[in-house]
Design a protein around this ligand. Structure first.
Ligand code: MIG
Length: 786
């Protein structure tokens, strides 16, 4: 009935239960413990305040007792020593670090946080923290007219989440994703607020179902949970990028992926047989379309039993993997959590004997229906089960597999609630908790088990994991794809803000199914989507059973050529992308960025959802509608150069840009340098030559270039290459210097520079030596470096 107009029957108006929230009340007494954590007793709850760093403070409230600092599945940081000053000023107390001051008002207990420049980040007035008799907890904050909200992980709709109400409850949503769907596969209960260019972040580390309401009230926003404690971290920014660095300090950063994981990937539900896979690869080779990975969806298994291959469809998987590897192609099989309850199936028997499956409080095993039929679900909250599951991946590793695809790990179950009974218990390493409390971390912990198992077995090689579900911290183990989108133009549009917000949420390695999963793609849609995919951190074409084929050649030659052009472009841009992946792995700052991250004070960027940046100097402005060959592009301050034509555009303005079907508008900031490589058939093919493209401006510029072996963890022992290219303009001379910073890995690269000097005639000097003038016509000069 929910799907028909009956849902809005005039007699159907539901009564909204008046939830009686009890305010925390007045502060009665307080103490400071040895580790300088502040404990306060209020009329209706106890609070604890603990600084992690000068710029990060954790605030907790328990309405029953003193909050316990129990361990978190998301946070990996430990509190550092912070120099705090505490003053009691009668009506309030201040707790001050060098970067952040908390004002704790007493009657009633309210919090205000101010940064070192006196900027008020959060404040509470009428309403503060509270709880309901049912155990829900809520925290209100004042909302300023200029507050804009970003992050929240994987959400539909536009970039700025002001005016949205969102739920965090990992959900398998096959129904078309639309702006009304407020809970998808990932739960990242974190956001940043940007107000006139300055930012702070809040991470509400509560694994129950949580709700963020930036909509209901005009002057307050709130975050609340069905249970547990108020437990949030306030991060002081002040720049939006600082907040991402602070958040990823708490929850961890993406390990540098193997290079093959950031090449082009081809998937289908499903490539059903070995012959089909070989045929697919043959097509790629014949058509000279680069390819790094092929995915095996659920048909590869024997009756959907994980850790098996169907012997008829895939008679010799080891040989298949090996043959493909020789062609530079990796295979990524799907692994779901559900284990078929079949007493003749070894994995099930092992799981039962080893006590690895989720159970009710009375000890009865929980079973639910998924692909293999009735199934049991590993309890990934236990270390011993994670170890068991991780070890089982030797089944794949032994066959030459280095990447795994985790699906259905919300966990999704085919029933009314779409998931496990919430009263199922998780062992949680001796601290048992209900599924209601730990639902949102099931996918994260499956990812942890898988990543760690693969890592141990790959003996120094970097594993690749792709996951559908996750919680804060998921970036430590996996890349995230945005689940079952459809071949709708609207979903291509939505993919941009969705991935940008995932990046803001500490998950730099993400992307949508290129071409759309469900529904039927068209050639035009695939062409435009591949143009976007060439620049999303994760780049995989995937489509569903019984939909129109979506491989690059499925729509005739014209489309094939365009699709190939942009897959090629991905490989040409690989050196620059890889350098940005490295940056993301050390700072958390994403590869794909909303413009406000670079230009936070520019109001035009506040809700700019149809353009994105790659690093800090490239803007991609794709066409996101059918039958369009032009669009308005916003370019922020400075000047911008059209990547294809070299034409210069004035910044801080909108421009009407032409973009026929084979054209993706790309703009490079004047002054910037980008490092590009050569076309390749896969990342396994050695990079031979790097070309540094310089778009000179009178201010000069520099570029850090990173390279390593692309496949092992040796870079962690310093086996990497880092060089910095700098230029200056003196009169009409462009003076370049190239300095090798780290040379513990010898990339054996030819290096070249191309100067895109626009209208200026420039003389090129490299490390002091003259190399000639920019050509009068093309205003370009090429020279070899070193
Ligand atoms: O919907 O394994 O999101 O990518 O192809 C069925 C089959 C379960 C959902 C995933 C999709 C995958 C599909 N899976």
């Amino acid at each position: 009935m929910e799907d028909t107009s009956f849902a809005i029957h005039p007699g159907a108006k539901k009564k909204i239960a008046g939830t009686a929230f009890r305010d925390i009340g007045n502060l009665i007494s307080y103490s400071l413990s040895e580790n300088k954590s502040f404990i306060g007793k209020c009329e209706a709850g106890m609070i604890q305040i603990l600084f992690y760093r000068d710029d990060i403070v954790r605030i907790m409230m328990d309405h029953k007792k003193e909050p316990t600092l129990s361990s978190s599945h998301a946070v990996i940081a430990e509190p550092e020593k912070v120099d705090l000053r505490v003053h009691d000023e009668d009506s309030y107390i201040t707790i001050q670090s060098p970067l952040l001051t908390l004002f704790l008002y007493k009657n009633p207990c309210r919090i205000k946080a101010v940064d070192k420049d006196g900027r008020t980040m959060v404040s509470e007035k009428e309403k503060g923290m509270g709880h309901s008799p049912g155990g829900e907890v809520i925290c209100y904050k004042e909302m300023d007219r200029e507050d804009h909200f970003y992050g929240f992980g994987e959400k539909t709709s536009f970039l700025d989440k002001r005016g949205e109400k969102m739920t965090m409850w990992n959900s398998d949503v096959f129904a078309p994703h639309n702006p009304e769907i407020d809970a998808l596969y990932e739960s990242i209960p974190y956001f940043m607020t940007v107000n006139q260019g300055k930012a702070y972040g809040i991470f509400f580390d509560n694994t129950y179902k949580t709700t963020f309401d930036m909509k209901t009230y005009k002057e307050t926003y709130s975050f609340s949970a069905e249970g547990g404690l108020i437990n949030y971290y306030l991060m002081a920014g002040p720049e939006p990028k600082d907040v991402i660095t602070q958040y990823s300090y708490l929850t961890g950063r993406m390990p540098l992926p193997p290079k093959w994981a950031i090449g082009y990937h081809q998937s289908r539900y499903s490539y059903e047989t070995e012959e089909e896979v070989r045929e697919l690869v043959k097509n790629f080779k014949e058509k000279q379309i680069p390819l790094d990975a092929v995915y095996l969806d659920i048909h590869y298994m024997n009756g959907y039993r994980v850790f098996t291959f169907d012997e008829e469809r895939y008679p010799d998987p080891g040989k298949l993997m090996n043959d493909l590897k020789k062609e530079g192609i990796h295979v990524v099989p799907i692994v779901d959590p559900g284990v078929k309850t079949d007493p003749e199936y070894p994995s099930y028997l092992e799981g039962v004997k080893g006590d690895h499956f989720c159970k009710y409080v009375d000890g009865k095993m929980y079973n639910g229906d998924v692909w293999p039929g009735n199934s049991a679900f590993p309890d990934f909250t236990n270390e011993k089960t994670r170890k068991w599951w991780g070890d089982k991946h030797d089944f794949y590793v032994d066959k030459g597999i280095e990447g795994i695809w985790n699906d259905m790990n919300e966990p999704a179950v085919f029933n009314e609630t779409k998931t496990m009974d919430t009263e199922v218990m998780h062992g949680n390493d001796g601290d048992p908790k209900t599924h209601r409390e730990l639902h949102n971390v099931y996918g994260l912990l499956m990812g942890k088990a898988t990543y760690e198992g693969m890592k141990a077995q790959l003996k120094g090689k970097r594993p690749f994991l792709l996951t559908r579900a996750g919680y804060s911290g998921v970036q430590r183990y996996a890349a995230v794809w945005t689940g079952d989108n459809r071949s709708f133009w609207e979903h291509l549009q939505m993919a941009l803000p969705m991935c940008m917000n995932l990046g803001v949420s500490g998950v730099p390695f993400c992307g949508p199914d290129v071409g759309g999963f469900a529904h039927d793609a068209t050639g035009q849609l695939l062409a435009r989507w591949t143009q976007v995919g060439a620049f999303t951190p994760f780049f995989r074409n995937h489509s569903a059973l019984d939909t129109v084929r979506q491989e690059p050649w499925s729509f005739g030659e014209e489309i094939e050529d365009i699709v190939k052009k942009y897959i090629d472009l991905r490989y040409v841009w690989m050196p620059h992308l890889y350098t940005l992946f490295k940056e993301a792995s050390t700072t958390g700052i994403p590869v794909m960025r909303p413009l406000f991250l670079e230009y936070p004070e520019d109001k035009e960027t506040t809700n700019l959802s149809d353009e994105f940046m790659i690093g800090d100097s490239v803007i991609v402005a794709p066409i996101l509608q059918p039958d369009k060959n032009h669009r308005a592009v916003y370019l922020p301050e400075g000047s911008w150069i059209d990547y294809w034509t070299g034409e210069e555009y004035r910044g801080s303005d909108y421009h009407l840009v032409k973009a026929p079907l084979d054209r993706l508008p790309i703009f490079i900031k004047k002054g910037a340098i980008i490092a590009l490589g050569e076309k390749k058939m896969s990342t396994e093919q050695k990079e031979e030559k790097i070309t540094f493209h310089i778009y000179p401006s009178s201010n000069g510029g520099e570029y850090y270039f990173y390279e390593d072996d692309g496949s092992t963890f040796n870079y962690r022992e310093g086996k990497m290459y880092e060089g910095v290219l700098r230029y200056q303009i003196i009169g009409n001379v462009i003076d370049l210097t190239f300095e090798t910073k780290v040379n513990a890995y010898e990339p054996d690269l030819e290096k070249e520079v191309v100067i895109h000097s626009g209208d200026e005639e420039l003389t090129l000097r490299i490390n002091g030596e003259e190399k000639g003038n920019t050509d009068g016509r093309s205003r370009m000069i090429k020279a070899s470096l070193l």
